[in-house]
Design a protein around this ligand. Structure first.
Ligand code: F6R
Length: 243
C-alpha cells in the first residue's frame, strides 16, 4: 500500500510509526527501493511520536530508529522527514508547530499505525480525548513495560512522549493499522470489534472513512466475525491486489 501510494503520488505525505511491527515494513520498503527503484525523493514524512527528553541523536530516540530502519537506506531528502523534537525547550510550542507543519503539507495521505498493548495508536494512552491534537502525553506502566528492552528496564523508559493526537490521526486521508503475533490478539479484537472508547484509542479508527487493518493469523486469532472477513477478502475487488 505504501509503495502503491508512492508510485501514484511521488510527493505523497506519509505518516510513519516506529516499533517492532514496523521493522518488517521498512525492510520491505528498503528492498523495493534497491530492487525496484521505489522512489522516495519527493515524499514528505511525519512520524507519530517521540520520547520527551531524548535528543534526535540519542540511539534510543525514534529519530534514530527512523534513520537506521528507513531514511539512510533510501533516497529520501532528510529535510522532508519530520519527527517531533522531544528535547525542545518549549514542548507545547513544539507540538503546535508540528501540527502547523502537517497542515502546511496539506494532509497526511497515508498513515501507518501500530497498536500498543493498551490499544494506543501513537502514544495515545487510555483516556486520550478522541479529538486530541499533538501534545505531551504520559506513558502508562503497560507501555513503559512494552518498550523497556531498549532502555534496559521499564524504570528507565521516559515517562512522557510527544504524540500526534487521535484527532490529528483521524484527519489523514487513509490509514493502515498493522499488528502481528498472538500478544496483540486481545487488543485487536477490542479495537476492531469493540465499542468506540477513549480507553482504547485505536477504536477511534472505526470512525475513519478509509482505514485498513492488516493482521497475521495470530493477531487476528480473537476476532469474532472471521468467517465474514475471509469471505470479503476472497471476493471483494478492493482486495484483488493483496491476494
Ligand atoms: C510507535 C507508536 C506505537 C507503536 C505501538 C506498537 O511510533 O506509535 O503506537 O506502534 O506501541 O509497538 P510494537 O510494534 O513495538 O508492538
Amino acid at each position: 500500500m505504501v509503495a502503491a501510494e508512492l508510485r501514484a503520488n511521488p510527493s505523497a505525505v506519509l505518516g510513519l510509526a516506529t516499533g517492532r511491527t514496523m521493522e518488517a515494513v521498512y525492510k520491505i520498503l528498503v528492498k523495493m527501493h534497491r530492487e525496484e527503484k521505489l522512489d522516495f525523493s519527493l515524499c514528505r514524512t511525519f512520524n507519530l511520536d517521540e520520547y520527551v527528553g531524548l535528543t534526535p541523536d540519542d540511539p534510543r530516540s525514534y529519530r534514530h530508529y527512523m534513520n537506521e530502519q528507513l531514511f539512510k537506506h533510501v533516497n529520501i531528502d532528510p529535510r522532508n522527514t519530520h519527527l517531533p523534537n522531544g528535547a525542545a525547550k518549549d514542548l507545547d510550542a513544539e507540538c503546535a508547530e508540528y501540527e502547523r507543519k502537517i497542515k502546511r503539507c496539506g494532509a497526511i495521505d497515508l498513515q501507518l499505525l501500530g497498536i500498543g498493548k493498551t490499544g494506543h495508536i501513537g502514544f495515545n494512552e487510555p483516556l486520550s480525548a478522541l479529538r486530541s491534537r499533538t501534545r505531551v502525553k504520559a506513558l502508562s506502566p503497560v507501555t513503559m513495560e512494552q518498550n523497556a528492552a531498549l532502555f534496559g528496564g521499564s524504570r528507565n523508559v521516559p515517562h512522557r512522549a510527544i504524540t500526534m493526537g487521535v484527532g490529528t490521526i483521524l484527519e489523514c486521508s487513509r490509514c493502515v493499522m498493522l499488528a502481528t503475533g498472538a500478544s496483540k490478539a486481545d487488543i485487536i479484537a477490542k479495537a476492531v470489534e469493540g465499542p468506540i472508547t477513549s480507553m482504547i484509542s485505536a477504536t477511534a479508527l472505526q470512525w475513519h472513512p478509509r482505514c485498513t487493518v492488516a493482521l497475521d493469523e495470530a493477531a487476528a486469532g480473537k476476532l469474532q466475525a472471521t468467517e465474514y472477513y475471509r469471505w470479503i477478502f476472497a471476493n471483494e475487488p478492493e482486495w484483488e491486489g493483496y491476494r
